[in-house]
Write a new protein. Structure first.
Length: 190
C-alpha cells in the first residue's frame, strides 16, 4: 500500500489558505510577508520532492499550481511525476500540457484504489477541502507540517470539523527554527 502524505504550511490556529499570495484572502502571502525566511526550515520541501512518486491535489489547488509550477526550477522534480486531481467537475481539456502525466480521479474511492497500487509515497499539496475528505475517510497516513508562529483568524483550515472519533497521531520528526517556524511530522496511528 502506498503512503499518502499531506504536506502544508499552516498557521498556529490551523489556517492553510493562500500561503503563497493567492488572491482573495485577507492575509494572503503570510508565509513570506510575516515571517523571516530561514532556508533550513524548508529542507523538508526538497526531501518531499525526492521521496514522493506522485502528487495528489484537488481542483482548486491544481488550477492554482498548474500555470506556475511547471516552469519553476524549485519544483523541477514534480514535472515528470504523475499527478492526480480529485474533482467531480474538472474536464480533460482543462489539464495543462506542459506538466507531465495528469489523471482525474472522481471520488475518494478512486484515491483509495490508487493507494492500493504499486509505487512509493503520494504527496498532497494544498487542497484544504480534499484534505478534509481524505482525513475523514482515513486515507491520510502522514502529515508534514511547517507551523508558522501566526494567528490568522478566518481562513480555510487543514483539519476537518466533522464530528468523529479521536484520531491519534505519533510525532516522528520535529524541529524548531530561529524564526519561530516549527517542523512537525506525524504518522497517523491506526
Amino acid at each position: 500500500m502506498r503512503t499518502l502524505i499531506s504536506t502544508a504550511f499552516i498557521s498556529l490556529d490551523g489556517v492553510v489558505e493562500a500561503p503563497g499570495g493567492e488572491p482573495g484572502y485577507r492575509n494572503s502571502g503570510w508565509t513570506f510577508k510575516e515571517v523571516e525566511f530561514v532556508p533550513e526550515a524548508f529542507q523538508i520541501k526538497e526531501r518531499e520532492q525526492q521521496e514522493s512518486t506522485a502528487i495528489l491535489m484537488g481542483r482548486v489547488s491544481y488550477e492554482a499550481f498548474s500555470p506556475v509550477w511547471p516552469d519553476m526550477e524549485e519544483f523541477a522534480h514534480y514535472r515528470t511525476m504523475p499527478k492526480y486531481v480529485v474533482s467531480s467537475t474538472l474536464t480533460e481539456d482543462k489539464l495543462v500540457s506542459n506538466w507531465g502525466e495528469t489523471s482525474i480521479l472522481r471520488s475518494l474511492d478512486e484515491v483509495a484504489a490508487l493507494k492500493e497500487t504499486d509505487g512509493g509515497p503520494i504527496i498532497v499539496h494544498g487542497s484544504a477541502s480534499l484534505n478534509h475528505g481524505l482525513s475523514d475517510a482515513g486515507l491520510i497516513d502522514r502529515y508534514h507540517l511547517l507551523v508558522y508562529p501566526l494567528l490568522l483568524g478566518a481562513g480555510k483550515r487543514l483539519f476537518s470539523t466533522t464530528d468523529k472519533d479521536t484520531q491519534k497521531l505519533k510525532l516522528v520528526e520535529h524541529d524548531a527554527y530561529s524564526n519561530g517556524l516549527q517542523k512537525q511530522v506525524f504518522d497517523v496511528v491506526r
